[in-house]
Design a protein around this ligand. Structure first.
Ligand code: ADP
Length: 395
């Protein structure tokens, strides 16, 4: 009964497609509005007409597919299934039957995902027949292609959702990172200009705090500028002979006060014979500063060690700490922009989540590779990276 009543919604030409064409196109994709009650399709690509013998216009009529194509017994189950997808972002599949315009029963499999784009939500569904004549290799390979295409869409969707969340987190973190030192500078300078200090020592302390916050603000801004210059391909390298032992000593003395303040041992050691890297000195220094800064930041007690040793045609640097460690499953992600292990932890420690991305870009631009090694939370971290060794021929 439902079937007949709904046919009158059909508008425009409704070509009757012979069932023999079914083998040619095994399925179709649709987008639909998220609705608890009706099925409101918005677009459809692929072989709906060839598969069912109904026109595309039929499909786009609200609820036509559910009430006139889907087998009556399966209708409620399909509706419940789509509603459940509309409330979860997980994609899922369902098998059911449809009846073609010529009355032929076909088994189909439908896979639906919820696409969120800003505040709008819609469903994307892919429907493929399971009753393809299995003798047709072409049909099977089309089915497989459709399935792969669908998996790609699904993957892309997950990726978009993730990027969107990262963007939000980044904006929240970055504005926090910019505002905190700025508020602190304003606060201390106000105390000074209003004369709210009791002694010269206190005046010096307030000035020192304002200055520290200014440096911190500068480093956040520099990180943001660096990453945008790198991504725009505007960073140029000046490869030269870098005396590694001297550079490591410089890094150590740069971080000595910070390490002492936290009661950490800081050791820098290069190989016994002098080592030379073929690198851009400023960029290599920047990478070591990023990694050593992180090692000290994320270590509460114990030791931070910076080493370099020859490995084939490269030098292998390691910045090793006994700090909070990094869970294995999170390690690879840290080289993606704006990723921090956990927003709340990082808020405690500060940072924008850009240091490792910048370091990875710089190391790779210099011809090396950077990797993380950590046995997990609480077990310390070692950041390794390679840089080509300076060879005699380059002199
Ligand atoms: P930032 O330190 O500015 O947040 P990074 O890109 O340098 O950005 O680091 C990204 C994240 O990687 C940090 O927020 C932290 O969660 C993690 N991380 C980096 N180095 C270490 C380390 N040595 N020990 C533990 N966690 C680390």
């Amino acid at each position: 009964m439902r079937r007949k009543a709904n046919r009158k919604f059909t508008t425009g030409p409704s070509p009757k497609v012979p069932i023999s064409h079914l083998r040619k196109i095994p399925g179709f994709l649709y987008t639909a509005e998220v609705s608890a009650k009706d099925f409101k399709p918005q677009s459809c690509i692929g072989g709906f007409a060839s598969l069912t013998g109904f026109s595309l216009q039929d499909f786009l009529n609200r609820d036509f597919y559910n009430t006139s194509v889907v087998k009556q017994n399966d209708f409620k189950r399909l509706q419940r299934f789509r509603n459940s997808i509309a409330h979860k972002s997980k994609s899922r599949g369902i098998n059911y039957h449809i009846i073609s315009n010529e009355g032929k029963k076909l088994s189909v499999s439908e896979h639906v995902i919820l696409l969120r784009n800003d505040k709008r939500r819609k469903l994307i569904g892919g429907i493929v027949t399971l009753t393809e004549k299995s003798g047709s290799k072409r049909a099977n390979s089309r089915l497989e292609k459709d399935r792969l295409r669908f998996e790609k869409i699904e993957e892309l969707n997950k990726h978009l959702i993730e990027i969107n969340q990262l963007k939000d987190e980044f904006l929240a973190n970055t504005s926090h990172e910019l505002r905190t030192p700025l508020n602190s500078i304003i606060g201390f300078l106000t105390l000074i200009t209003e004369g709210y200090y009791d002694s010269d020592d206190e005046l010096r302390l307030f000035t020192r705090n304002a200055l520290d916050s200014s440096y911190h603000l500068l480093s956040v801004i520099n990180d943001l500028l660096d990453i945008s210059r790198i991504e725009a391909g505007k960073v140029q390298l000046q490869i030269e002979r870098v005396y590694v032992d001297e550079l490591l000593r410089e890094i150590c003395s740069l971080f000595k006060v910070q390490a002492d303040q936290k009661g950490l041992d800081l050791e820098c050691s290069a190989n016994s014979s002098p080592l030379f890297a073929a690198a851009d000195l400023r960029k290599l220094r920047q990478v070591l500063i990023n990694l050593t800064g992180n090692a000290i930041k994320f270590t509460m007690n114990g030791k931070v060690e910076i080493t370099a040793e020859p490995q084939n045609g490269n030098l292998r640097f390691a910045v090793k700490d006994t700090g909070i460690g990094i869970p294995k499953e999170k390690q690879e992600k840290l080289f993606q922009k704006f990723i921090q292990i956990d927003g709340s932890t990082t808020r405690k420690f500060g940072g924008t989540g850009l240091g490792l991305v910048i370091s990875k870009h710089l190391v790779e631009m210099m011809g090396g590779k950077i990797t993380i090694e950590s046995e997990g939370l609480g077990k310390g971290t070692t950041m390794h990276f390679t840089i080509p060794r300076w060879t005699k021929e380059e002199e």
